[in-house]
Design a protein around this ligand. Structure first.
Ligand SMILES: [Zn+2]
Length: 389
């Protein structure tokens, strides 16, 4: 059974859901404006223009926006204060993977069930949920100390944590607004990744005149690729894919240099440590040196007891609003993975229900906005009522 949900949480969820539903056209027109402004990662001019727009909309809805400069563009931190307790961040990003001109080609559009357009799910729809939840919370009893809408400009390409992550370290929880799974699940666990290369150095020799004098790294790397591939699925949820394999200087030379690359995913940091230790444990190859290069990778979002309480409460709030949510484990990473790795209880997938991210078919379910806003508002109230104590 899920946790006991405090009455104030159900009240705030119901109130926010009804408030957003009553003014759904306002949310959708905000969303249309944001989707129609292309924000490719790296285009600081486009990103900052949208960050400023988000700041002014937040201010109009009762929040106090702050724009924090970073080399990747402005980070938005918009706060709403209340008389209660509980500090909760609503975490979003406003960069997309689509180049300038995409929205002109296929602008925001709706049919009777869904909204479409570049970044509508990943994650401008999530920003709409965050901002409109805050708007609804602002008009109620505010049973929290602080709600902070955070939108970062560089989630899609940044290899490390958000630049302003220190500001979130005193928070009780982070609610990440990446979109919900296509059948409505929230995300209570994300796999972590380890990206790596194995460099090989052998000895070049003429392939016809002196083949025995050479030490062939192509063969060693091929053997390593097969050895590593055995670790795929070695533990529950673990995946390992060889993503590059190359060697060779010329058609008639025994190859002396080469590398392979791999993408490893696992549910826990312990599993990632286990598998990378095995990868590094190279067998001996006569005359060939193998070197492991650690390319980093985001940590897992583990379903800790605190995350489990957040997830159970979200599912119960969804049920109170008449929706079956469910929980899912995601293979991809998000900024929620970084906040989770700092020990801040983090729940993800709270954005609108949607899918087909990073493709022209990307969509969100229009009817899911009000429910998601209700669930997020209810979670804020539940945290304020001591859910995580
Ligand atoms: Zn995203």
């Amino acid at each position: 059974m899920g946790p006991e949900v405090p009455a104030i949480a159900v009240e705030e969820a119901t109130r926010a859901c009804a408030a957003v539903d009553a003014e759904l056209e306002l949310l959708l027109s905000d969303l249309a404006t944001w989707v129609d402004a292309d924000t490719p990662g790296g285009d600081i001019h486009a990103l900052d223009r949208l960050a400023r727009l988000l700041a002014s909309v937040s201010e109009r809805y009762g929040l106090e926006p702050e724009l924090v400069p970073s080399p990747a563009g402005l980070y938005l931190h918009a706060t709403l204060r209340g008389p209660g307790r509980g500090r909760v961040a609503l975490l979003c990003h406003h960069d997309t993977v689509f180049p300038l001109g995409t929205a002109a080609m296929r602008p925001f559009r709706r049919d009777d069930r869904r909204c479409y357009g570049p970044g509508v799910a990943d994650m401008k729809g999530g920003i709409a949920v965050a901002v409109h939840t805050a708007r609804a919370l602002a008009t109620g009893p505010r049973p929290f100390e602080l709600v902070e809408v955070v939108s970062v400009p560089d989630e899609e390409s940044r290899p490390g944590p958000p630049t302003t992550i220190e500001r979130l370290e005193s928070f009780d929880a982070v609610l990440c607004l990446e979109c919900g799974r296509p059948s409505g699940e929230i995300v209570s666990a994300r796999k972590g990744a380890a990206w790596l290369r194995v460099h090989a150095e052998g000895r070049a020799a003429h392939a016809g005149e002196a083949p025995r004098a050479g030490r062939n790294v192509a063969l060693a790397l091929a053997r390593e690729a097969l050895r590593l591939a055995e670790l795929d699925a070695a533990r529950e949820g673990m995946t390992l894919q060889i993503t590059a394999l190359e060697a060779g200087e010329g058609l008639n030379t025994v190859p002396s240099r080469g590398l392979l690359a791999a993408d490893v995913r696992a549910a826990t940091q312990g599993d990632l440590d286990w598998v990378t230790a095995r990868i590094r444990d190279f067998p001996a190859y006569d005359g060939i040196t193998l070197r492991y290069e650690d390319l980093g990778g985001p940590p897992p979002l583990e379903r800790t007891p605190a995350v489990g309480r957040l997830a159970g409460t979200a599912v119960a709030l969804g049920a109170a609003l008449g929706h079956e949510l469910g929980e899912a484990v995601a293979g991809g990473v998000s900024d929620g993975s970084w906040t989770a790795s700092r020990g801040i209880p983090t729940l993800d997938g709270l954005g609108p229900v949607g899918g087909d991210d990073h493709s022209p078919a990307e969509y969100v379910e229009t009817a899911s906005f009000a429910t998601r806003c209700g669930v997020v508002a209810g979670l804020v109230a539940a945290i304020g009522a001591g859910l995580l104590d």
